[in-house]
Design a protein around this ligand. Structure first.
Ligand SMILES: [Zn+2]
Length: 350
């Protein structure tokens, strides 16, 4: 073989070997690509699975959240209902407390009487607010008949009885009741009785909520009574008395406020017992009103002329007759000269 042929052979062998190498490279490349494609597909599948999983988890979370909100809704509704019923209960309790206070205060005649006796034993001076401004007739026993919570249908009947016995009394009227009974208010004043204030609403929670609300109520009633009767009332009786246990604010503050307005307040030292919801028998009311009068120089008798107090109405003529038959005893209306009977000590420094 010639060298030329040999070199040709070698060249063709080289060529063949290069072609083989390229073939192997291509095969490798293809394999590589196939592997990459496979990886990409796997990744894609993985991504899709992840997305589906995320959506499922999200949906599950949403369902749980909705369920939770619903449960919370139910709980809130239940709690609201509970709060509502609690508030209703509190209001009922408050009302019951007010009623009980009214009844206790009404039955408090005896306790007040003890206080009054103690005061009298100490002497007449130094216990009252200011000097008497008006002269009162001299008598060993002065009796002040007072009627609270009117006017009502009973007021005019009481006025007739008082007129029959020529007796003057004191009416501590309630604002709201007055608005329908302006005629009765005028008659009280025209007949020479004393017109006293007993608040517009008689609602303890409103009245004793603050000194401001108390002051507003007082002014409203004073203005109203002046408008109807032309008389500026300057005497007051606290609903429940000054010793009531309903007010959260010290009753001293209200007493001092009244003093700043030149209004005097009167409690009582004799109670008819007719203030509660129980209707006392006529005989008991007569006994309650008259049995202790001879013990005191000043007797402030608590009665009620609100509607429904029929036994008070029945008892009144006998009460007056019995008092008028007592020695050195007079029945008077409360005036500027009347010695106040008060359950609490409210002046500073005493
Ligand atoms: Zn009252």
């Amino acid at each position: 073989m010639s060298p030329k042929n040999m070199s040709e052979d070698t060249a063709s062998e080289d060529k063949a070997s290069r072609t083989d190498v390229r073939g192997v490279d291509i095969a490798k490349e293809k394999k590589k690509q196939a592997a990459q494609l496979k990886r990409v597909r796997r990744l894609r599948r993985c991504n899709v699975r992840m997305m589906i999983l995320s959506v499922v988890i999200l949906m599950a979370l949403c369902v749980m959240l909705i369920a939770r909100v619903r449960t919370l809704d139910g709980t809130v509704a239940r709690l609201t209902a509970q709060v509502d019923s609690l508030m209703r209960l509190t209001a009922q309790q408050r009302e019951m407390m007010e009623k009980m206070t009214e009844e206790t205060q009404s039955a408090m005649g005896d306790k007040a009487v003890v206080g009054s006796l103690e005061k009298e034993a100490e002497g007449d001076e130094g216990t009252e607010s200011g000097e008497p401004e008006e002269e009162e007739p001299d008598a060993a026993h002065k009796v002040y008949l007072t009627f609270d919570d009117g006017p009502s249908v009973n007021t005019e009947k009481i006025l007739e009885i008082l007129e029959k016995y020529d007796v003057k009394a004191t009416f501590f009227v309630v604002g709201t009741a007055c608005e329908n009974n302006e005629e009765a208010l005028k008659k009280i004043v025209e007949a020479g009785h004393t017109l006293g204030m007993h608040s517009c609403t008689h609602k303890y929670s409103e009245l004793y909520g603050s000194v401001e609300s108390f002051g507003e109520d007082l002014k409203r009633q004073q203005d109203y009574l002046y408008e109807v009767t032309g008389v500026k009332s300057n005497v007051f009786r606290f609903p429940g008395g000054s010793s009531n246990k309903v007010s959260d604010i010290d009753m001293k503050e209200f007493a001092q406020y009244l003093d700043s307005q030149d209004v005097r307040f009167f409690d009582w030292n004799i109670s008819s017992g007719d203030g509660g919801s129980y209707l006392f028998p006529t005989e008991t009311i007569i006994e309650n009103c008259t049995s202790n009068i001879s013990k005191y120089s000043t007797s402030v008798v608590l009665m009620h002329d609100s509607a429904g107090k029929s036994t008070t109405l029945e008892a009144l003529p006998t009460i007056i007759e019995k008092i008028q038959a007592m020695e050195d005893t007079v029945i008077l209306p409360i005036t500027g000269g009347t010695k106040p009977v008060q359950h609490i000590q409210w002046q500073d420094g005493e």
